[in-house]
Design a protein around this ligand. Structure first.
Ligand SMILES: *[C@@H]1O[C@H](CO)[C@@H](O)[C@H](O)[C@H]1NC(C)=O
Ligand SMILES: *[C@@H]1O[C@H](CO)[C@@H](O)[C@H](O)[C@H]1NC(C)=O
Length: 303
């Protein structure tokens, strides 16, 4: 059993535990779920892609490669089973925990704005040589500074806690932004879902904004999708989004679900702009009608 875990950087004991998910879980917490996942990722990836066999390989070499591949599928499966099981148990335990502290009764900001991190506020890429490299989306500092005055702002990401802390520190000038990371997500079938039900906030007053809203959130009825940022230097999405969020704070609808439903499947920025133009036209028409009325009254004085 030593072979598949070589080079994973795991303590032999935990490597052994990985192969015995049911027996070992209750006694092992040396590694967080996220750490186990991270540490085994490369191995699992490598082992699920077929090993290339040269055309001119001997029958014996082909046989050996296939046998190795088949043998390796077992540990991969058991790691995945372990991750799912442990994820399930941790969910159950964590499920009773509130992710955010109770709302301060003095709090004047009515809504909670939950923002995704990667491709929404920043772009983070992991490279073996340099580690995690993060780039700020154009306008992110001003956006967060403004939104923090209107909303209770939460960054909710599937990245590791340390990385989220580091990145948010660099984009949050207010120091008031709540940070939720991978341990606060719900792990299902390889995806770390953001989960509103544990947020400790009234769901009618929560808005999620993400470039991957529908893939990574358990409550799509609270999610608005925006354009993902992949390092384009001419990106204006955050700046364009601000008027929508500003007006939401002014209007303060009773239930944000209705707002989200009316924007679902649409480009928020464009749709908001169109609606503003419609309102403007309606106001203009009304003004013109009032003007006509005033004029006709005026003329009636001189029949
Ligand atoms: C951010 O998103 C990009 C594109 O989907 C992905 O390649 C990258 O690994 C992500 N970064 C992190 C830290 O998850
Ligand atoms: C940014 O530049 C790309 C390519 O130069 C262009 O296709 C895109 O429309 C531009 N986006 C904006 C928001 O101006």
């Amino acid at each position: 059993m030593a072979l598949p875990f070589r080079g994973l950087g795991l303590h032999p004991r935990s490597a052994f535990c990985l192969t015995l998910p049911c027996l070992s879980f209750p006694f092992v917490s040396a590694y967080s779920l996220a750490e186990v996942e991270q540490k085994t990722l490369e191995f699992r990836k490598e082992m699920t892609t077929p090993i290339p066999i040269a055309e001119d390989a001997s029958e014996f070499e082909k046989f050996r490669a296939r046998a190795y591949e088949t043998a390796m599928k077992v540990p991969v499966k058991s790691i995945e089973l372990y991750l799912d099981l442990r994820g399930g148990i941790e969910d159950h335990v964590l499920g009773m925990e509130k992710l955010l502290p109770d709302l301060d009764p003095q709090e004047r900001r009515v809504f909670t704005l939950v923002l995704d991190l990667n491709e929404t506020l920043v772009y983070s890429d992991w490279e073996p040589e340099t580690g995690l490299k993060t780039f700020k989306r154009p306008g992110v500092d001003a956006f967060l500074q403004r939104m923090s005055t209107l909303y209770e702002v939460v960054v909710y990401s599937d990245q590791l806690q340390k990385d989220v802390e580091d990145v948010v520190k660099r984009i949050d000038q207010t120091g008031r932004i709540h940070k939720l990371s991978r341990p606060a997500t719900k792990y299902r079938k390889g995806i770390h879902f953001r989960d509103l039900s544990r947020l400790n906030r009234n769901p009618a007053r929560v808005l999620y904004i993400s470039a991957h809203a529908l893939e990574s959130f358990l409550q799509p009825e609270n999610c608005l999708d925006i354009k993902p940022w992949k390092l384009e230097t001419n990106d204006t999405e955050l700046r364009d989004l601000s008027p929508f969020l500003e007006s939401l704070d002014v209007v303060r609808p009773a239930d944000l679900h209705e707002v989200v439903a009316s924007y679902q499947g649409k480009d928020v920025v464009k749709e908001f702009y169109e609606r503003c133009k419609q309102v403007q036209r309606a106001i203009e028409e009304q003004k013109q009608q009032q003007q006509k009325k005033r004029e006709s009254k005026w003329w009636r004085i001189f029949p």
